[in-house]
Structures are given as C-alpha cells and as structure tokens.
Write a protein that binds this ligand. Structure first.
Ligand code: ADP
Length: 218
C-alpha cells in the first residue's frame, strides 16, 4: 500500500492530473468532494459552520450559501476560522476512506487530491502530512496560466469585462492565500510540469504512476 498526496494551487491542473492517475489504476479521493458532502445540511460540519458564522451563510432552501461563505472567508479575512472547522473532519474522513480501500486492496495506491496539503500544516488546521502521506506530488504551472485556465473553466463565454475583472481579482486573492509553488516543490517527492500540452502532462503522470505502483508492490 502507498498513500499519495496530489497537490497544487488553484487552476494548476490537479483535477486533470488526478483523472489521468485514475486511468492508471490509482484509487482517487478528492478532498473537495469530501468537504462538499460534509457541508450538506444535517452534517456536523454544516452545523458547526452555521453556528460559527451565523444564519447569513444559509440559503432559503437550507443549503450553505457558498458564495457568501467565500466572501466572508476571502473578503473579510475569516479563512482561518473556516479552515479550522472544516479541515480536521475532512482529513479524518480521508483517512477512514483510505483504510477502507486498503482493507480490500492491500497493494493499492491511494491518492488524495487536495489543494491544501502543505497549507494545512503551515496554518495548523490539519498538520501531519508527513505521517499521512508516503509520497507527495506537486502539479505546477506559472501563476498567470493557472489564473487563465481557472477563469476559462468557470466563466461563461459571454462574460462582461467587469465580471471577468472581478472573477480574476477573486482568483488572484485565493491563489495568494496559498503557499508559493517553490516552497511546495521543495517538500514534494515529484513535481509535474503542467505548463504545456495535456499530452506532455499525461506522459509525466504515466511515468510517475508506474513508479508508485512498483513502490506499492502491485
Ligand atoms: P485544479 O483542479 O488544480 O483547479 P484543473 O484540473 O481544473 O485545475 O484545471 C484548470 C482548467 O485548466 C481546466 O479547465 C482544465 O481542463 C484546464 N487544463 C488543465 N491542464 C491543462 C493543460 N495542460 N492544457 C490545457 N488546459 C489545461
């Protein structure tokens, strides 16, 4: 068994590379998806968020107002408060699901895709990545390219100039809240360069996946 973290900044290509690793037979857990499911009404994380941030973060239908929550977190400097609530249970759930996979597939490579592996250590919200991961992979691209790709993914084709500028400012603020790639690269076992075409990224993924499978004893 081998526990692998896949990390990278916003728009770096984590989901893209993760899908390629999955095609290579690697078991994938997505931190974002786990966090989203734990933030549904009725879940303990949902209750803790509402208790802490108040009723303004709840939509009329009872779901969390994610835009409002993001505005509080990134616009009003309350990201650390949100992360302190969300990170520990999400990491615990990742560990639970990882153990479940190993129980039925002892030689599996389990990969956790998470933007914040190193940040959670630096911020103290979920320290211990060295204990949780046998290997960490960083996916990297220049910051301007990350922003460009991220905006192309989220914005509709007919977006106005003002909307684009607002979305870009928001994306840059989120990226600025993350650690710089150079610091992450220094702590990572593998660095994937995703500044080129998808084929070039796929070749790097295939080479690393083969090494990981060999290390896991597959
Ligand atoms: P992340 O999960 O790190 O936020 P994504 O994998 O969603 O990043 O990538 C951001 C956007 O860039 C997506 O629309 C994706 O399809 C696109 N993308 C990723 N890598 C490349 C690449 N090498 N060439 C072109 N587009 C890419």
């Amino acid at each position: 068994m081998l526990r692998v973290g896949l990390t990278g900044g916003l728009g770096s290509g984590k989901s893209t590379a993760a899908a390629m690793f999955r095609e290579q037979g690697i078991h994938l857990l997505e931190a974002d998806a786990i966090a989203r499911s734990m933030m549904q009404p009725g879940e303990a994380v949902y209750r803790a968020i509402v208790e802490h941030f108040g009723p303004s973060v709840v939509r009329p239908d009872g779901a969390l107002d994610r835009a409002r929550l993001a505005a509080l977190a990134f616009g009003q400097g309350r990201l650390a408060e949100l992360n302190r609530i969300v990170h520990p249970p999400v990491v615990a759930e990742q560990e639970r699901r990882t153990q479940e996979i190993f129980a039925s597939h002892p030689q599996a490579v389990v990969m956790i895709e998470s933007a914040l592996i190193f940040e959670a250590e630096a911020w103290g919200t979920a320290p211990g990545w060295r204990r949780r991961f046998d290997r960490v992979i960083l996916i990297q691209a220049p910051d301007d390219l990350k922003i460009e790709r991220f905006l192309a993914r989220i914005l509709p084709a007919d977006v106005s100039c003002e909307q684009r500028m607002a979305a870009e400012a928001d994306a840059r603020a989120r990226l600025a809240a993350q650690l710089p790639d150079a610091e992450k690269a220094a702590r990572s076992d593998y660095v994937i360069d995703n500044s080129g075409a998808l084929d070039a990224t796929r070749r790097q993924v295939e080479r690393i996946a083969a090494e990981l499978r060999a290390q896991a004893g597959v």
